[in-house]
Ligand binder design. Structure first.
Ligand code: CA
Length: 230
C-alpha cells in the first residue's frame, strides 16, 4: 500500500484535528503545521506527497509558502484551503501553482476525494496551460491574463486553448478545423470571426502582452510580447 505523507498547514485546531483524523482513516500519514514557520520545518524534514494549505495563517499567507515551493521548482501537489470567498485569492493561488482548491466550509469527504484525485493525477497540472501572463484552466474553462478573467464562449475558449497548447507555432486554419470540428459546424469563416472576438475580449480586458497574430494565408500564432520593448 502506498503510504502518502500529507502536510496539513492549518491554524484552526478544530479543522486541523478533523482533517488529520480523516486522512489517517485513509491510511495516510498526516503531519500538522499550525503556521508558516512550522510548515517550513516540516517541509524540510522529509519527503511529502502533498500539501493541504490554509491561506490565512497567523504568521502570514499560505500563498508565500506555495510561492517558495514553486520558486525552488518543487512540483509537490498543493491543495489550497480558502475561507476567502473572493475569486481573486483562488485565482492567485492557482496562478501561483496550486493544483486545486477547496473553499471553506468544506466537507471532509470532498477534501479526501480531491486529495485522491491530485495524488492519482500528477497530470492535473497538464490541465493548465500557461503562456506568459495567460493562464488557461481547462477543467473550469477559465482563461485569465495577468489575473484578469477573459470572458469567452465555448468555441473561443477551445480556439484559445488550442493556440496556447501550440503557442509560438503557426497554427493553420486546417489544424484548428480538425481540432474543433467534431460536429462539423465550424468553418474557415467562423474561425476568423471567433479569433476577432477573442481579440476584442483581450482588448476589452486591456490585455497587454499576449496577442493572436495572423500569418497571412496560413493561420494564427499566439505570441507573448512581454519581452518586446514598446
Ligand atoms: Ca486560517
Amino acid at each position: 500500500m502506498v503510504r502518502y505523507r500529507v502536510l496539513l498547514v492549518e491554524d484552526d485546531p478544530v479543522i486541523a484535528k478533523s482533517v488529520k483524523l480523516n486522512l489517517e482513516l485513509e491510511g495516510w500519514e498526516c503531519v500538522h503545521a499550525a503556521n508558516l514557520a512550522e510548515a517550513k520545518v516540516a517541509e524540510a524534514g522529509g519527503p511529502l506527497s502533498l500539501v493541504i494549505l490554509d491561506l490565512g495563517l497567523p504568521d502570514g499567507s499560505g500563498l508565500s509558502f506555495l510561492k517558495e515551493l514553486r520558486e525552488k521548482n518543487s512540483r509537490l501537489p498543493v491543495i489550497i484551503l480558502t475561507a476567502q470567498t473572493d475569486e481573486a485569492s483562488v485565482v492567485t493561488g492557482l496562478e501561483s501553482g496550486a493544483n486545486d482548491y477547496v473553499k471553506k466550509p468544506f466537507s471532509l469527504k470532498e477534501l479526501v476525494a480531491r486529495v485522491r484525485v491530485v495524488m492519482r493525477e500528477p497530470a492535473l497540472r497538464e490541465n493548465q496551460v500557461r503562456f506568459g501572463p495567460l493562464l488557461i484552466l481547462k477543467e473550469s474553462r477559465t482563461a485569465t491574463v495577468a489575473g484578469v478573467q477573459i470572458e469567452l464562449n465555448r468555441r473561443e475558449f477551445e480556439i484559445l486553448t488550442y493556440l496556447a497548447d501550440h503557442a509560438g507555432q503557426v497554427v493553420t486554419r486546417e489544424r484548428l478545423l480538425d481540432a474543433l470540428n467534431a460536429d462539423g459546424e465550424v468553418t474557415d469563416r467562423t474561425i476568423d470571426s471567433h479569433i476577432s472576438h477573442i481579440r476584442a475580449r483581450f482588448k476589452k480586458a486591456d490585455v497587454q502582452h499576449v496577442a493572436i497574430t495572423s500569418v497571412y494565408g496560413v493561420g494564427y500564432r499566439l505570441e507573448d510580447k512581454s519581452d518586446v520593448v514598446p
